[in-house]
Design a protein around this ligand. Structure first.
Ligand code: B16
Ligand code: MG
Length: 217
């Protein structure tokens, strides 16, 4: 009995949101826009282009296309300078435990992330080899809550969407999983991720009995 297990990256496997925050904050400051932690929350799971569009809207700014592209490039350079220093200690608690258990049970595993830097990050934290497929921001054109990223991941694993399980920390990602007809597992707060089929605060709360139940469903 094989299911497709699909993992979001930022907020599920690693906490790269803190690096996105620092890079977006620097960018916002450079064009005279205030940027708070609360606003950063709203950028979780949102693509790079959409994120900059939101920041400009919050700051009531319009800029030329050239400037937009230049800002995107410098934000990513700053973000990559943080990524360069990452190592396996930044993997969130008990993620390796769950990945290893799924491997032992011979279950297909894919990444399903909006990030265009996903491969690099997985390489830095030494998890690349755990994945049977990597689907990220380079493979899709529609951002979450569109289900495209998860549907492409299901196809890559050769598993039907309704036989897939998605681990997500963002509201948009949970909605994408639900629209794709997949089981959605929210990682974070119940009140934020209430649309998910199950919510856990992190992977330390997920035991092998629960995973067995998902496999046998
Ligand atoms: P990049 P996820 C998302 O990753 C982040 O949550 C979001 O904040 C970021 O803007 C997006 O990736 C794009 O990332 O700039 O690296 O292409 O949660 O979908 O893994
Ligand atoms: Mg995420």
């Amino acid at each position: 009995n094989k299911k497709g297990f699909i993992f979001d990256l930022d907020g599920v496997i690693v906490d790269t949101a803190k690096y996105h925050f620092l890079a977006w904050q620097k960018l916002a400051k450079s064009i005279g826009i205030d940027f708070s932690h609360e606003q950063n929350e709203q950028l979780k799971g949102v693509s790079r282009v959409k994120s900059l569009e939101k920041i400009l809207t919050w700051g009531n700014k319009t800029i030329s296309e050239d400037k937009f592209n230049a800002l995107m490039a410098s934000k990513n350079d700053d973000y990559l300078s943080f990524i360069a220093k990452m190592n396996h200690n930044e993997i969130l608690p008990d993620v390796p435990k769950v990945l290893n258990y799924l491997k032992e049970q011979d279950q297909p595993i894919s990444l399903g992330s909006a990030s265009k830097n996903a491969r690099q990050i997985l390489e830095k934290v030494d998890l690349l080899k755990q994945f049977d497929a990597i689907v990220d921001g380079n493979d899709v054109s529609k951002a979450k809550p569109d289900p495209e990223v998860f549907l492409v991941a299901a196809k890559a694993l050769n598993i039907k969407p309704e036989e897939c399980i998605v681990f997500e920390d963002s509201v948009a990602g949970v909605q994408a999983a639900n629209t794709a007809n997949m089981i959605s597992i929210g990682i974070g707060e119940q009140n934020v991720l209430h649309e998910a089929d199950y919510v856990f605060s992190d992977f330390t709360e997920i035991d092998t009995a629960f995973i067995d139940k998902l496999i046998k469903r």
